[in-house]
Structure formats: structure tokens, C-alpha cells
Design a protein around this ligand. Sequence first.
Ligand code: CU
Length: 178
Amino acid sequence: MKPSILSANRMLYALIAISIVAIGFGVYRSQQKAANPVPQAQAAVQPAAQPGALVSARPNFDFGTISMKAGNVSTTYRIKNEGAAPLALDKIYTSCMCTTATLITASGRKQGPFGMPGHGPLKPATGQLAPGETALLEVVFDPAAHGPSGVGRIERVVTVETKGARPLELWMVAMVRP
Ligand SMILES: [Cu+2]
């Protein structure tokens, strides 16, 4: 009887030892699985940040109170390719026929004036912005374009579309007096 009790005890110890090893391995594996998704998530986010980004440090401008009698007003936006890849210019258009935009690239080359789609053919913008390159967008607003009914608060937007970045909107507001 003694040897069989001894071997039964040994078998019990062996089972306990195997269980401890198995539990330990299971904990180790679950920790490995928990640790893995973090680098995978980072790898998935990084390519999304790669495409070009068209930005302006000052995308909104307030002309304040202006007068139809005083004529056109203008403001200049600086736009920049903050992405790592060159950005091909695609379209530049304004929200209203009273507003036009002229693009001036770093080389001094002018394009435009660009207006509202539907008021004359939509001219494509050409050329590209290298990573870090800036360009100017000279915007002219004619407060008299809408006649006497054009008084009051106005809001206009110029949109710059490129191939590869989200469209950039440049806003302006004014209070128009006769
Ligand atoms: Cu208008």
C-alpha cells in the first residue's frame, strides 16, 4: 500500500506543478497579447499623418466696418504645406462673385484671379507646394458688388483644394455700410 500512496502523492505534486506552470504561461501570454496592440495601433496612426497638410496661421480675417463708397478691400492670407510630401494645387474658388483670390507662389508667379464657381469657367490652379513651402493668397472683396441690398454683416470664404490634403477654408467677415 505504501508505494502506491507515495506514487499517488507524487502524481498529485506533479499535477500541481504542471498547473502552476500552465497558469504562469497563461498569464504570460495574456500580458504579451495586452502589450502587442499598442505598437500596432501606433503603426496604424502614423501613415494617416503622412499626407500633406495645407494650413494657414491666420485663416480668419475681420475687415471691420467698411463702406461701399470707399470701394474694394483686400487682405492677404499666407498658406503653407505642413506635410512631408509635395502638394499639387487643384482648385481655388470663392463663395461669392464679389470676392476674388489671386495666388502668389514663393517664386513670385501669380495665378488667378479665381472667383465663384458658376461665374465663368472654373480655372484650375496649377503647380505644387513643396514641404514647408508657403504661398500668398490675395483676396479682394467688393462691398458694392451686390448693390444697395449688400449692406450688413457679410461672410465670405475662399477654398483652396489640393491633391492629397483636406481643403483649406479662409474666412473673412465685414460689416458693410452704404
Ligand atoms: Cu457676394
